[in-house]
Each structure stands twice: as C-alpha cells, then as structure tokens.
Ligand binder design. Structure first.
Ligand code: ADP
Length: 865
C-alpha cells in the first residue's frame, strides 16, 4: 500500500475505536464512509459506491450529504446497526494541517430519541446484562425517551433472563466483553438484539442519587454498566433519568415469548399487528403515555393480590362515575406526551412549541385533580402531590411564551410582549421603523402620483421602492437612486430609507438573538421541573389506563373478578375478549369453566373448528385481564392468582430457527413441564399431533399423566385422540369436557358450547365437507375411517407394553434434561454422545499414529456437530 494521507491516518485511528459502528466521517458538506463501511453502507442504503485514490490503492468510499444524513442514519439503525458521528471540531480555516475531528455521538438502536423507530405507544428499551461470578444475572433497562430506569436480579436461570429481554422488546443489549459466548449465543438465538460492549461498571458520583435506595450492590453494578454506556454514547445531559426502580420477576406473572405470542397479547399471530390482540381491546387510553403503560401492564400481570385489588377498586370507582370519567377522558385527550417531553427538556432539545404543549397540559392538572377528587378522593394526593411547584412553571411559561410559537428556536417570534423590556424596545424600534416605511409608501404614492408604487424587502437589497416600467416617466429626475432593474419594473432606494433599514435590521437581529437567549433561559428553568413532570406523567398514565379499563368493562359488560385462595376456577358465561368482538353481535356462545379438586385438568375433545382453542385461550386471557386489574368478560369469575401461564400448541412451526416442527413442540412442552408449578396455568393444544398416531397419542398420555401426578398445574388439554378420554377412569383429577356439535340432516352444526363428557367423534370428515373437498374424497375417507377404527381396536397388548416402555424413557429424559436448550433434542444428543463414547472406549489408542489420532478425533467431532 502506498503512503497513507494524514487525513486517512486520522480516519483509521478514529475507526479503530469504533469497530462495531459505521463511521460517518465529516468531510466538508458530506459524511463519508470508507473501506468495508463504504461497501456495506452502499449496499444497505442503496447509494453509489465510489473510490478515493488510484489503481491498487483505490479505497472504496461512499457518502451522504450532511443535511440529509439523519434519514440515512435512521435507516441503518432501524436495521440494527450503529453509527458513530464524526464531526470537524475546529474551523477548517483556522486548522493547521488536518482539521481536528471527533466522534460527537454514537447512535444505536437502543438510544434513539426520535425517528421511525420510536412508536408513540411503545417504549424503546435499552437493556444491559451483567453475569456475576456467583452465576446470577443483573438486568438493567432504560427508555431514554422517557428516562424510565429499572433493574432486576435473577438467581441463575438464563431462560428467565432471555424471557425478560424478550418481554422488554429491547433492540439493543449491552454486555461485558467477557460474557461467555454460550450465554450470548442463547440470547441471540431467541432475541434479535444488537449487541454492544461496555466494561465500565463504576458509578459516577453525580448519578448516585438514582440508585442510593437499592439494597443490593449487584443491582447498582447492573445499572452502572447501562449508565456508563449511555454516558459514552450520548455525550450529553442525562438529567432526566429517573430513580431506578427495582422490579422482581417473581412479583409478576411469568409468560414466555411463545405464550405471549400464542395468546396474541399485544399483537396478532398472523399479521403481527395490534388489531386482533388483547391489547387492542383493553387499551382504551387517550394519551401516548397511557398507551405505553397498558402495554407494560399486559407484559407483566401482577401476582400481588393487594395490588391487583387496588387497581380493580379504582376501575370500579371509574366505572361508577360515568360522567366524571368521560369528561376526565376528554380532558386527557388534550394532554401531550409529558414523559417524552420531559426527556426532550432534559436533553435540551425541546422547542418553544413543545413548551407551550407542556404548559397546556399542565394547565389541565387542576381540572383533572377535581375529577379525581370526585371519582377516587383517596388517590388525589398520591397522584397530584406535585401540583404546587408546577404552578410556578405554568406561570413562567404563560408569561414568557406566545400561544403559537414557531418550531424553529432561532428565528424569533417565541417570547411574549411584556416579558423582557429590552426585547420590547427592539420590537418597538422594528415596529416603528416598519410603520415609518408604510407611511413613506403612502407619501411617495401621493407625491409622485404613481398609485402602484410600493416598498418591498428582500434579503439581498434590503428595502426598496418599486415602480413599474410604465410609470417610470412620472418620477421626477433624481428623486431616487436606482438599485436594480427587473423586466417590468425598476427598484430604487433613498438615503433615509437605508437609514431606517439599518435601524430595523439591527433591531431585528438583536431581537432574534435576545429571544433565543431568553428562550434558552426558560428551557433551562424548565429543566428543574423534570422530575415533577415525570411523576405527573406517571400519575396521568395510570389514570388513563384505569379509566380505559372502566370504559371497556362497561361497554362490553365485563365483571369484576374475585380471587380464590383455594385454587378454584369458577367462571360463569366466560367469553373470549377478542373473538366476541369480531364475530357477529350476539353470536358468541359464552362458556363456563369449573376447575377444582377432582377437576384440576380438563381434557377437551370435539370437532375441529368447534371452539376448543378459543375456550382454552379464553381462560388464560381472563386470568391475565384479572391480574392486570381489569374486569373480565363473564357474568361471574373467581380465579386463583396464577404465577405463570404456558401455552403449547401442537405442531407449531418454527421454521425460522431451523428446528423441526415436532422437535419445537417437544422442546416447548419440556419447558412448560419443567417450569410450571401447581399455581400455574397450562394450556396444551393438540400436543403430540406432530408425529405418527400411536407415537403422538402415547406421548400425549404420558404428558397428561406427568402433569396430573407431578406438576399439578391447572391444565386444559385439547386433543383429537378420543382414546385419551379413557384416562378419566385412572386419573382422579382429570375430567373430560367436549365442545358440542350436532348433526342436522347430514351436516354438522357447531354449538361452541363446552359441556362435560367426551365427544363421540371428531367430525373431521364433516369439516372437510364444509370446506367443500370433492365428495369422492370425503366418501372414501369415511370408508377408510371405519377400517382404521376396527384395526385400532385390535391393537395387540404387546404393542401397548412396548409403547409404554418407550414413553417412560422419554419421560425420564424429560425430567433429567438439564437447562441447556439445545437445538437438537436431548435424546438425539444422548445417542450421539453414546456413540462417541463407545468408539473412544473401543479404540486401541497406543497403537495409533498421530495422523490416525487426528483423523479419529475429527471423526468423533463430526458425530457431535
Ligand atoms: P378448534 O380449536 O376446536 O379447532 P377454534 O377454537 O379455533 O376451534 O374455533 C374456530 C372458530 O369458531 C373460531 O375462529 C370462532 O370464529 C368460532 N368460535 C369458537 N368459539 C366460539 C364461541 N364460543 N362462540 C362463537 N364462535 C366461536
């Protein structure tokens, strides 16, 4: 390589410190990228790849204009990349040699403050993970747009860590550079996050107040890693970070990502949209911050009865005060996103228009307080204790800013008349000057007799007198000085016009500058109130969510749930909150669920499409709704407080991760069986469907037995294996229920009603008929079905014994498999390992040449890969 230019040397030095980011290197009016960055960016951004230098030394290069760089950076970040923004930090004219450059900011997916990635009703969390030497984990997260900070400590269960990262929807994870590769890999297999490194975990003094209430060092360390990363990347005030709250995963109902997806809690399975999810029903919020909170509540239902009851009692109050509630909600519609405004205030990026939005929102507080006083007086103080100091802020904003300021903060027009004397005097000067000009225009018109004469202004020539060509002859010789000739007019000036112009422009320039200074003063003053604004935002979001729960509960006739300490489920006329809204009005068939001793497990049979899955999901959704503090769709509902909910759907596809369908089904089932407790809710839908009939049926039976005898979780198990319904003879806590269907003149009518007892047949062929399969096919299927059923009843005893043996092997394996969630099954791994061990034992090692030994080890390795 030929000699590197000094600028390239500078580039390479800076790039070396930002290996994992695209380096946007400022060169004049462009940000340039070089080498691999350029090749990759050209591809990702679809921009032209050029080069710098000649021949062999030509360096790949591409660039974007500085004024449109934001959009390019956002696109890269949305794709999960990071960008280091490198600016010229000295005036090129003053520079001796290469202009000094520095990275002024690192943009990453988890630290974005605006742009497409920031959804109004969703948080953008950045998570930091610390793996301690005692095997435990610390997780810290923040949403930079709101300043919310949380930490938790997890004893040693990586699955739980992964679940937590997945739930937070984090796009970026900060870890130490020596985090074990295996841990990182398991996280990356399950969550698509951008990984960032931060090794510093010292807590800077000025942030101590954020964590001084935390009682565990490990929590502070976890947060410090996050904080250090923010300090390093943001390079500006982090004054809006809120006191770190310590959340404990065992204070919430646990649900893994599969369960959340299957239950369509926050997005629909197929379209991945909010519509069709539980969130779309219970989110009746009218503010963006309320929208974010309700999503967080669904992600983490409570398990503390007192806290749940507190929310429910508030919902009751909101429900009982219809008029006040609706008026309150109307007022809330005018409240802006205070949480994010607080973030922008602390960052110093707020403009005057947003401060006026803040003012208008704060002005609503007394009224909101009044409503709450009527609806839930006991909560007025809790929610509005900050009222006092915020009044001063309102007063300042009212006094200082005009009602409709521009977005730009440098062009003036923001500050109220009367707020600042000097500013007013400049304004007067400018106003007087302009009036003088208006008068001059009148005077000149009269004196010259040119009615169309006018005085205009532009940035190049300042003020001028314009006379159209046809009127030029009316002007007395030498009255004005000619300045500019247009095609149909002439422009003139006079010395006194120029004199006034100087006065006006001078006043305006001073005015703009002073306005900016005054605005910055107001903005800085507002910064002091960030904490109060954040507290108010929290209160308003809670009010918004709870008032929304009341609204939907009333509209859809939900009922307040009660909680059973005896693990009873007594649901009368329960409905699926989403399905009932999408089918025709009044068509939804409500169903009871009764589960208690003797009915701990329900085995559900019934035709396909009868409503089995809907019935199962309905129970889980009711439990979740109850535990987030919302009323539930039923006429009466008593439920235990569940610690965890699991749903497993037979033959679920997970092609994305390259695992076979059945394998996924078994891995998921293993996960549920090993994690569930007797306080959990298990929904197993057609488990065992992904393999051959007997195989699948045997597995299903073994799983049912295992849950019944060992796990003892409340379980709904749907199956199309009718043979399994015999199990109620042996298993005392299992009962059969079925979704009824009737045959009317040769066709099946699904009643969607769940009743005790087993279904008499599966009606699969009828469903095929419904789907209008050719009649040759369905007729033939009926004949075959009869044959199969005969054969099945002749199944030999020896076969049954053999299957049971296989099963017990599987179940043993299920119990002993360690937590390593290998992509291959434990059984496959075990057999491969056995092979390797056998080969190793048999080998006569002492009589091998080194080459043979290497070959042998290589072969063994292949067996394990
Ligand atoms: P299965 O699991 O038995 O195959 P699903 O639960 O998927 O059946 O239900 C199939 C369809 O039947 C649903 O999409 C819904 O439209 C309708 N359905 C289910 N349960 C009810 C019900 N209780 N009332 C009215 N319609 C229902």
């Amino acid at each position: 390589m030929a000699q590197i230019t000094p600028m390239m040397k500078q580039y390479l030095e800076i790039k070396a410190q930002h290996q994992d980011a695209f380096l946007f290197f400022r060169l004049g009016d462009f940000y340039e990228m070089f080498f691999d960055d350029a090749v990759k960016a050209a591809q990702e951004l679809e921009i032209t790849l050029t080069g710098r230098g000649q021949g062999e030394d030509r360096i790949p290069m591409c660039g974007v204009p500085y004024h449109s760089a934001d959009q390019y950076m956002s696109r890269l970040i949305e794709k999960g990349y990071k960008v280091a923004l490198c600016e010229q930090v000295e005036d090129p004219k003053q520079a001796k040699g290469v202009v000094k450059r520095e990275v002024v900011k690192l943009l990453t997916p988890g630290t974005m403050m605006n742009g497409n990635m920031i959804k109004e009703k969703e948080n953008n969390f950045l998570v930091a993970l610390t793996h301690f030497t005692d095997g435990s984990f610390g997780l810290a997260r923040t949403d930079l747009t709101t300043g919310q900070c949380e930490v938790t400590h997890i004893a040693g269960d990586l699955d739980e860590v992964i679940q937590d990262i997945a739930i937070s929807g984090a796009k970026e994870l900060v870890v130490s550079s020596n985090l074990e590769a295996s841990v990182l890999k398991r996280i990356q297999d399950k969550c698509s996050v951008t990984i960032s490194i931060e090794n510093e975990t010292e807590l800077p003094r000025e942030y101590e107040h954020l964590v001084d209430h935390l009682r565990m060092d490990q929590l502070s360390i976890s947060f410090s890693r996050l904080l250090q990363y923010l300090i390093r990347t943001q390079k500006r005030s982090l004054g809006h970070l809120q006191k770190v709250s310590h959340y404990q995963n065992n204070s919430y109902m646990k649900m893994d990502a599969h369960t959340k997806r299957n239950l369509e809690l926050t997005e629909s399975l197929r379209e991945k949209k909010k519509a069709g999810s539980l969130l779309s029903i219970v989110d009746q919020t009218v503010t963006a911050m309320g929208g974010r909170l309700v999503k967080n509540w669904i992600d983490r239902p409570l398990i503390n009865e007192q806290m749940i009851e507190e929310r429910l009692t508030l919902v009751t109050s909101f429900k009982e005060c219809y008029f006040e509630r609706e008026e309150l909600r109307d007022e809330l519609r005018h409240v802006y996103d205070l949480e994010r405004l607080a973030g922008r205030i602390a960052y110093g990026s707020v403009n005057a228009r947003e401060l006026v939005q803040l003012k208008r929102s704060l002005q609503k507080v007394p009224l909101l307080k009044e409503y709450i006083n009527k609806i839930a007086p006991a909560f007025t103080d809790k929610w509005f204790k900050e009222g006092h100091s915020l009044t001063q802020l309102i007063e300042l904003l009212e006094r200082s800013l005009v009602e409709d300021p521009p977005i730009s903060v440098t062009d003036g027009g923001m500050i109220q008349p009367g707020y600042h004397q000097e500013l007013d005097s400049y304004r007067d000067a400018s106003l007087n000057g302009k009036q003088w000009i208006a008068e001059l225009e009148q005077k000149e018109k009269q004196e010259t007799g040119v009615k169309s004469l006018k005085i205009g202004f532009n940035k190049v020539f300042g003020y001028y007198i314009e006379v159209t060509r046809t009127n030029l002859h009316l002007l007395p010789e030498g009255r004005y000085e000619r300045k500019q000739t247009l095609s149909n007019a002439e422009r003139f000036i006079t010395p006194e016009l120029k004199e006034k112009e100087a006065l006006i422009l001078n006043a305006e320039e001073k005015m703009e500058q002073l306005e900016y200074e005054l605005f910055v003063e107001v903005r800085d003053e507002t910064k002091q109130y960030v904490n109060e604004i954040q507290n108010l935002a929290r209160a308003i979001s809670e009010i918004d969510v709870l008032a929304g729960f009341a609204t939907i509960s009333e509209k859809r006739h939900y009922v307040r749930p009660t909680f059973s300490k005896e693990r009873l489920i007594e649901i009368q006329d329960g409905r699926h909150p989403v399905v009932e809204t999408v089918i025709e009005k009044g068509q939804y068939v409500a169903n009871d669920v009764h589960m208690h001793q003797g009915r701990e497990m329900l085995l559900i049979t019934g035709p396909n499409m009868a409503g089995k899955s809907t019935y199962m999901r309905q129970l889980a959704l009711l439990a979740i709704m109850a535990q987030i503090g919302c009323y539930v769709p039923a006429t009466a509902a008593k439920l235990p407080i569940f610690d965890q909910v699991f749903t497993r759907i037979g033959a679920a596809d997970d092609l994305a991760s390259g695992q076979s369908t059945f394998m996924v089904e078994m891995l998921e089932t293993k996960y549920a069986l090993t994690k569930a407790t007797e306080n959990s809710l298990l929904l197993l839908d057609e488990i065992g469907r992904g393999t051959s009939t007997y195989d699948g049926m045997a597995l299903a039976q073994a799983i049912i037995e295992y849950i019944h005898n060992t796990v003892r979780a409340k379980t709904l198990f749907s199956t199309h294996y009718h043979e399994l319904t015999q199990l109620d003879q042996e298993l005392t806590d299992l009962k059969n229920v079925h979704v009824s269907a009737v045959e009317e003149s040769g066709t099946v009518v699904f009643l969607h009603k769940v009743v005790d007892g087993q279904a008499d047949r599966s009606y699969g062929i009828y469903v095929a008929e419904l789907a209008e399969l050719p009649s040759e096919v369905t007729k033939r299927a009926e004949i075959l079905l009869e044959k199969f059923e005969q054969k099945a009843s002749q199944r030999s005893e020896t076969q049954r014994v053999k299957e049971e043996q296989q099963l017990s092997l599987f179940m043993e394996d299920l119990e002993v498999t360690n937590d390593l969630n290998h992509k291959r099954t434990s059984t496959v791994v075990a057999s491969q390992e056995e092979k390797v061990l056998k080969k190793l034992v048999k080998k006569d090692v002492l009589n091998m040449t080194p080459i043979e030994a290497i070959q042998f080890i290589n072969d063994l390795q292949k067996l394990l890969k």
